[in-house]
Write a protein that binds this ligand. Structure first.
Ligand SMILES: Nc1ncnc2c1ncn2[C@@H]1O[C@H](COP(=O)(O)OP(=O)(O)OP(=O)(O)O)[C@@H](O)[C@H]1O
Ligand SMILES: [Mg+2]
Length: 453
C-alpha cells in the first residue's frame, strides 16, 4: 500500500519506542521514518513524501498542541495521530481541538494504532476525492476541453462552434494569452476536417522566408533549394492553416496570401504551376489590424477577406468568473506534472487571484499557478504561495551583477528584454511597446537568447 509520497513519520523521544513502532507499522505495510528528536522530525515533516505523523504527545522539548501548531503552519493537510499517556485526558482533548486527527491511549495494542492510521488515511483520501469530484463538476469545461463559465466566453465558443462548420476564414482577436491559439485548435477539432492543424507565427520568420514557408519552394528556385519543398498550405491540406500574428505578415506577401484565399490556388516559389489547395484559414492577432490599416502596414483587401467571421476574445479581467473554473481544470494536471500533491487553493488566495489585473491573461494565470505548485510542499496553496518573484534578484542595484561580471552590452540587453517580458506576463506586444521596439525586433532578440544564463 505504500507509495513514495505515503510515508509515516514516527516521533517519540524514546528511541526504543520509535524502533518498536517502526517495526510494527512496517509489518502492517507502511513505509516509515523514525525520529526521536522533535526539531529534526518537524524539519523532516516538511518534505512532501510525509503523509501522516504519529507522535508522542508529551516530550521534554515539545507538547502536543505546540507540535500540531508547528506542523500545521507549514503542512496543514498532514494528519497527526497522537499517543497519549493514560490519564492525560485534558491534554488529549486540547490536542483534538488543535486539530489532531486521532489519538490512541498508552498502553495500546499495535493493531489499535494501525487501525487508527488506516482510518485517518482513508478519511483523507475521501475528502480529497470529494474535492476533486466537486471541482470536476463545477469546472465548466466544454465538451472540447476549453473552460467557459462566463457568458462572454460561452459566446466565444458558441460562435467558434458555428464558424467551424463554414469554409470562410476566421479572424481571432484578443490580447496576448487570452486563448486565441486554443480557440483556433478548438475550431479545427469542431470542424471535423480530416487534415492536420498547421501553424505559422508570421512574426517569427524573416520576411524573405514567409512565402517559401507558406507556398513551398521548387527545386532550384534559389541556391539553397536543393529539392522541392511543400509549403504549409499543402501540409494543411484538408485541415486548418493557422496564421498567428497575422498583423506582422510582410506587406509584400499580403497580395499572395489574398490570392491564395480567394482562388484556393497557390504557386510554389520558383514554380510556374499552380496547385489547388483546400486548407481552412484561421488568422489571429493581438494588435489592432485597424491601426495597421491606417498605418498602411496591412492591405485593406486582405483585411476585408479575413474579417468575415471575427471572434473577439475578451481579456481575463473582463470575465473573472472563468478564473476559478480555470484553476479547477488545471490544478490537478499541474500538480501531477510537478509531482506535488496540491489539490486545493485557500479561499483568501482564490480571492487574491480573482482580483489581479492579469495583463498576460490566462497564460499568466497558469504560469503563476505552475510556479506556486512547483515551489509548494503539497496541500493547499495560500496567498503567499503566489507572491511574484521580487523585481530585483540582487536586492539592490540591478546593474551590480553586470558590472562585477563584466557583461558585454548584448547580454545585459537580452536580460532586460527577457525580464520585461516576464514583467508584463509574457505579453510580447506590451513588452515591445515598453521597450520601444517593434515586435519583429523583439522576436529577433529573443531568438538569440540561450536557454540558460
Ligand atoms: N478558455 C480556456 N480554457 C482552458 N485553457 C485556456 C483557455 N484559454 C486559454 N487557455 C490556455 O491558456 C494558455 C494561453 O492561451 P493561448 O496560447 O491560446 O493564448 P493566445 O491568445 O494564443 O496568446 P498569444 O497572443 O501570446 O499567442 C494556453 O495554455 C491555453 O491552453
Ligand atoms: Mg497564440
Amino acid at each position: 500500500m505504500s507509495k513514495a509520497n505515503d510515508r509515516i513519520l514516527v516521533l517519540d523521544d524514546d528511541a526504543g519506542v520509535v524502533s518498536y513502532l517502526v517495526e510494527v507499522l512496517s509489518a502492517a505495510g507502511f513505509t516509515c521514518i523514525g525520529e526521536s528528536d522533535p526539531k529534526r522530525a518537524l524539519q523532516r515533516a516538511q518534505q512532501p513524501d510525509v503523509a501522516l505523523v504519529v507522535s508522542d504527545v508529551e516530550m521534554p522539548e515539545l507538547r502536543g498542541p505546540a507540535l500540531l501548531a508547528a506542523l500545521h503552519a507549514e503542512r496543514p493537510e498532514v494528519p497527526v495521530v497522537l499517543m497519549t499517556a493514560f490519564g492525560s485526558v485534558d491534554l488529549a482533548v486540547s490536542c483534538m481541538r488543535a486539530g489532531a486527527a486521532d489519538f490512541v491511549t498508552k498502553p495500546f495494542k499495535a493493531e489499535a494504532l494501525v487501525h487508527a492510521i488506516q482510518r485517518v488515511l482513508r478519511e483523507r483520501a475521501l475528502v480529497k476525492e470529494v474535492k476533486r469530484l466537486k471541482s470536476a463538476a463545477t469546472a465548466a469545461v466544454s465538451a472540447r476541453g476549453l473552460v467557459a463559465k462566463s457568458d462572454a466566453m460561452k459566446r466565444v465558443l458558441d460562435l467558434a462552434e458555428r464558424a467551424a462548420k463554414a469554409e470562410t476564414p476566421v479572424l481571432l482577436t484578443g490580447e496576448s494569452g487570452t486563448g486565441k491559439s486554443a480557440v483556433a485548435q478548438f475550431i479545427h477539432r469542431a470542424s471535423g476536417r480530416s487534415g492536420s492543424f498547421v501553424e505559422l507565427n508570421c512574426a517569427s520568420l524573416p520576411s524573405n522566408l514567409v512565402e517559401s514557408e507558406l507556398f513551398g519552394v521548387r527545386k532550384g528556385a534559389f541556391t539553397d533549394a536543393r529539392e522541392d519543398r511543400p509549403g504549409l498550405f499543402v501540409e494543411a491540406e484538408a485541415g486548418t492553416l493557422f496564421l498567428d500574428e497575422i498583423g506582422e505578415l510582410p506587406l509584400e506577401s499580403q497580395p499572395k496570401l489574398l490570392a491564395a484565399v480567394e482562388t484556393r490556388k497557390i504557386r510554389a516559389v520558383g514554380s510556374s504551376k499552380q496547385t489547388t489547395v483546400d486548407a481552412r484559414l484561421i488568422a489571429a492577432t493581438n494588435r489592432s489590424l485597424e491601426d495597421a490599416l491606417r498605418n498602411h502596414q496591412f492591405r485593406p483587401d486582405l483585411y476585408y477577406r479575413l474579417n468575415v467571421i471575427r471572434i473577439e476574445i475578451p481579456p481575463l479581467r473582463e470575465r473573472r468568473e472563468d478564473i476559478v473554473p480555470l484553476l479547477d481544470a488545471y490544478l490537478p494536471q499541474v500538480s501531477k506534472r510537478a509531482g506535488r500533491d496540491v489539490w486545493e487553493i485557500e479561499q483568501d488566495a482564490m480571492s487574491w487571484l480573482q482580483s489581479q489585473y492579469w495583463a498576460g491573461n490566462v497564460r499568466e494565470l497558469l504560469n503563476l499557478v505552475e510556479r506556486a505548485v512547483t515551489l509548494s510542499t503539497g496541500g493547499a496553496l495560500k496567498v503567499e504561495s503566489f507572491e511574484r518573484p521580487s523585481t530585483s534578484p540582487t536586492g539592490g542595484d540591478p546593474l551590480a551583477a553586470a558590472v562585477s561580471e563584466r557583461w558585454p552590452l548584448e547580454r545585459l540587453e537580452l536580460a532586460y528584454v527577457r525580464r520585461m517580458l516576464a514583467e508584463v506576463g509574457g505579453n510580447k506586444a506590451e513588452a515591445a511597446r515598453v521597450l520601444g521596439i517593434d515586435r519583429r525586433t523583439l522576436y529577433a532578440k529573443l531568438a538569440e537568447v540561450p536557454e540558460k544564463d
